[in-house]
Structures are given as structure tokens and as C-alpha cells.
Design a protein around this ligand. Structure first.
Ligand code: KE4
Length: 428
């Protein structure tokens, strides 16, 4: 590990659990210590020792236009000069709500919160309040943030660090969460039949991005929509990753399935702390202070700096050519990686949709959690370090995605595929 990162890390360990403010940043699954960042510029990240990397974490998804985009920086500066927070409504919040509702038509009303976790926690509480039911259905390997109800067979850092179920979650809470295999609609039908009138919501990542990238099989999302509609269950799409990343209107636009509620995060905040949840007016009209007053609140919800950053990014996404560029960059990467794997005589899976992709160290197709858990995580660990040493900054886990941005240049992609091939050859 680089010297200055090592020094910073040993100091961080004195004050912060694991030396990081989120376990996904720890190098637990790959060994060694994390690189501490000095700054970012476009698609590049620079560590404390001045090493430069092509960044495929991009803050775990928010930076669809890369680091410190001038229009985002200027929007934050202008907002900052008017004050950082008021605890009173501003026109920026109205503009943001209107922008989200315009880009994701199933969202008729929306609430801004401060993280994806807050968005999913709130959406589940609203679904429970609206239906008067307690149980929820989620899927193995999906991550919806660290709300108690979700920490059962969860993905992302829980899966990476081998703790899909967390201590501290009361058995009474866990009992109301039914966790089923992703892409298995029959399992959902059976679970609903065994719990008649008790399931408030099905929450799903419409493309799973927390066990690597796993796409919905044909008919899976449509079946969820049919089952939930037939049984008065709220269908929640957790689009914290997929929102604005796989299409302007998210996975629901790309796959043509409309949920009742949608959770957003990451891109919607332009790199600042923002989450959002919203959906059918009939449901959202029950959120406090309206209707049945289902509680949800937050001191910094709709913060003007975060709204300015998110709005700047969303407005740039509506400009011509952006999604063509995102698709072109991501497909070029995926096809190049498949070619590298083939040239080395292996059949590892590369899953890609929109601007999210993942190389699995699993031979053959990867369509569910069971296939993902067959990944050779020790080979991934060696591949991760071989890539880092060749200037590629990947998530330190087999169970995360690569997140290209609209500002990854043709040179970046060419350099990435060259370095990635060399790294694969070195470890294979
Ligand atoms: P946050 O609370 O981290 O903003 O969002 C939680 C969340 C909810 N839903 C989905 C689909 C998510 O992917 C996330 C957070 N994603 C992880 C990475 N896969 C964040 C990284 C971290 O935990 O540090």
C-alpha cells in the first residue's frame, strides 16, 4: 500500500471503525488497506501519493459525469453563497421534485431524503402504513441500505464481508422480512399464498447491482407486477443504482414495468447526500403531514446545496447524446472484457446493462445469487490488485459493479481494456 495512505489509514483506525465511514470502502475482501483519495477529475482519481487511476467506482454510482464537473461545482458554489441550509422550503426543492417527476413518470409525488437507505426505509414504512400490513418480500443478494428490515441475506458490503445477516436486528423485525431467490417469480407467488393478506410490499432492485450486476430474467419483473397488483401489495423498485443510469427513466423505463413506489439515490444527488422516494399520488398522499400522517422527516432533506448539485446533473442527463455515450462506453467495455476472457481460454461471465457491468469469476451464466456465490473470490482478489497496480480503480469486491460515466473518454476505455487484459493474464 502507498505510504501516505498507510499513514492516514493507521490514524483513521484509531477513531473510525475499520478506518472507514462505510464498510464497502474497507479492503476486507481483497486484503491490504484502502487508498486514501486526494482529489478526482473527470473519470480519474488521485490518491495521496499522487497515483492516478481510471475510476470505475465513481463514488459507488453518483458521478455519472465524473468528478468535479464544472457545471455541478458551479451550481453548488452559487447555492452555497446564499446559505447552506434553512430548514424551510426553497424553490430548488420544487424544481428538483418537478424534474424527478418529469423523468420518472410513475413518480407523481416525491419526498427528498438524505440517502438511499432513508429512501428505502421510508418507502417500506409508507407501504406498511398504506396497506396496514407488516410483512415485506425482498431478494437474496439485493442491498437496500442498512435499514433493519433489509439486513437479511443482503448484498453489497454485507455479502462482501460474509455477513449477509447482521447482529442487532431484532428477531421480531427479521420475522416480517421474507427473503426469496432473485429471478424466481414462483417463489414470490408461493410466499404470498402462504401469507394471505399479510404482505405490504415487494421491494426489488429491478437490475440487481449489489451482487455484481444481475439482470432480471424475461418475465420476472412483469410477474412481480402481476402478483402484487392481484394481492393489493405495493411494488417498490429500488432504483438507487439503476435510476438515471440504465435509462433516463431508470429500469422501469428500460424494462417497461411500472412500480407503485420508486426509491432513488446516488445520481439524483450529484455526489451530495440525497435520496428520494415517491410514486402513486394515492399512496404518497398518506405521508405526514397529509392523510394518515405516515411519519417521515429530516433536518437536511431537500438541502439547497444537494438540490443544486442533483438538479445540475439531472439537467445534463436530459441533453442530447448522453445516453448514447453511456451505452457506447459500457458496451465497448463489456465486449472488450469478454474478448479478453476468451483470448485467455476462459468463459467468465460479463453482465452489462446501461452504464453498469460486472466481470464474474464464474464460468457460464450468472442469473441469480446461487451462481454469484460460486465466484472465485480469491482469483478476484488477485485480479483487483493487478488492476490497481495498472491504474484501474475497481470496487474492492466481486459483488459490486463497474460504473462507467459519460466522461470516460475513448482513451480511458482503450487503456482500461489493455490494463484489464494484462491483469487477467497475470493472475491466470
Ligand atoms: P445509501 O444509504 O448507501 O445512500 O444507499 C443504500 C442503497 C440502497 N439501494 C441500493 C440498490 C444500493 O445500491 C444502495 C447503496 N449501494 C452501496 C454500493 N453497492 C453503497 C456503498 C456503501 O455502502 O458504501
Amino acid at each position: 500500500m502507498s505510504d501516505r495512505s498507510a499513514q492516514a489509514y493507521s490514524q483513521a483506525l484509531q477513531y473510525i471503525p475499520g478506518g472507514v465511514n462505510s464498510p464497502a470502502r474497507a479492503f476486507g475482501a481483497v486484503g491490504g488497506g484502502p487508498r486514501f483519495v486526494s482529489h478526482g477529475r473527470a473519470a480519474h482519481l488521485f490518491d495521496l501519493d499522487g497515483r492516478e487511476y481510471i475510476d470505475y467506482v465513481c463514488s459507488w454510482g453518483p458521478l455519472i459525469f465524473g468528478h468535479a464537473h464544472p457545471r455541478v461545482v458551479r451550481a453548488i458554489q452559487e447555492a452555497c453563497e446564499r446559505g447552506t441550509s434553512f430548514g424551510a422550503p426553497t424553490e430548488l426543492e420544487v424544481a428538483m421534485a418537478a424534474q424527478v417527476c418529469a423523468m420518472v413518470p410513475s413518480i407523481e409525488m416525491v419526498r427528498m431524503v438524505n440517502s438511499g437507505t432513508e429512501a428505502t426505509m421510508s418507502a417500506v414504512r409508507v407501504a406498511r402504513g398504506y396497506t396496514g400490513r407488516d410483512k415485506i418480500i425482498k431478494f437474496e443478494g439485493c442491498w437496500h441500505g442498512h435499514g433493519d428490515s433489509f439486513l437479511i441475506k443482503a448484498g453489497s458490503s454485507a455479502l462482501t464481508l460474509g455477513a449477509p445477516d447482521s447482529p442487532g436486528v431484532p428477531a421480531s423485525v427479521a420475522a416480517d422480512t421474507l427473503t426469496l431467490p432473485y429471478n424466481d417469480a414462483d417463489a414470490v407467488a408461493h410466499a404470498v399464498a402462504r401469507n394471505p393478506g399479510q404482505v405490504a410490499a415487494v421491494i426489488v432492485e429491478p437490475v440487481a447491482g449489489n451482487m455484481g450486476t444481475v439482470l432480471p430474467c424475461a418475465g420476472f419483473l412483469e410477474s412481480l407486477r402481476q402478483i402484487t397488483r392481484d394481492h393489493g401489495i405495493v411494488l417498490i423498485f429500488d432504483e438507487v443504482i439503476t435510476g438515471f443510469r440504465v435509462a433516463p427513466g431508470g429500469a422501469q423505463q428500460r424494462f417497461g414495468v411500472t412500480p407503485d413506489l420508486t426509491c432513488l439515490g446516488k445520481i439524483v444527488g450529484g455526489g451530495l447526500p440525497v435520496g428520494a422516494y415517491g410514486g402513486r399520488r394515492e399512496i404518497m398522499s398518506e405521508v405526514s403531514p397529509m392523510g394518515r400522517r405516515i411519519s417521515q422527516a429530516g433536518t437536511l432533506s431537500g438541502n439547497p446545496l444537494a438540490m443544486a448539485a442533483g438538479l445540475a446533473q439531472l439537467q445534463m442527463l436530459t441533453e442530447p447524446g448522453v445516453y448514447e455515450r453511456l451505452e457506447q462506453v459500457s458496451v465497448t467495455l463489456a465486449e472488450g472484457m469478454r474478448d479478453s476472457v476468451r483470448r485467455l481460454g476462459r468463459r467468465f461471465a460479463v453482465n452489462q446493462v446501461g452504464a453498469m457491468l460486472c466481470l464474474f469469476f464464474v464460468e457460464g451464466e450468472v442469473n441469480d445469487y446461487a451462481a454469484v456465490t460460486r465466484a472465485d473470490t480469491d482469483l478476484f482478489r488477485r485480479y483487483f490488485w493487478a488492476c490497481l497496480e495498472r491504474g484501474l480503480y475497481l470496487a474492492p469486491s466481486q459483488f459490486e459493479c463497474m460504473f462507467p460515466s459519460a466522461v470516460h473518454s475513448d482513451d480511458d476505455i482503450e487503456a482500461t481494456l489493455r490494463a484489464q487484459y494484462e491483469a487477467l493474464r497475470a493472475v491466470l
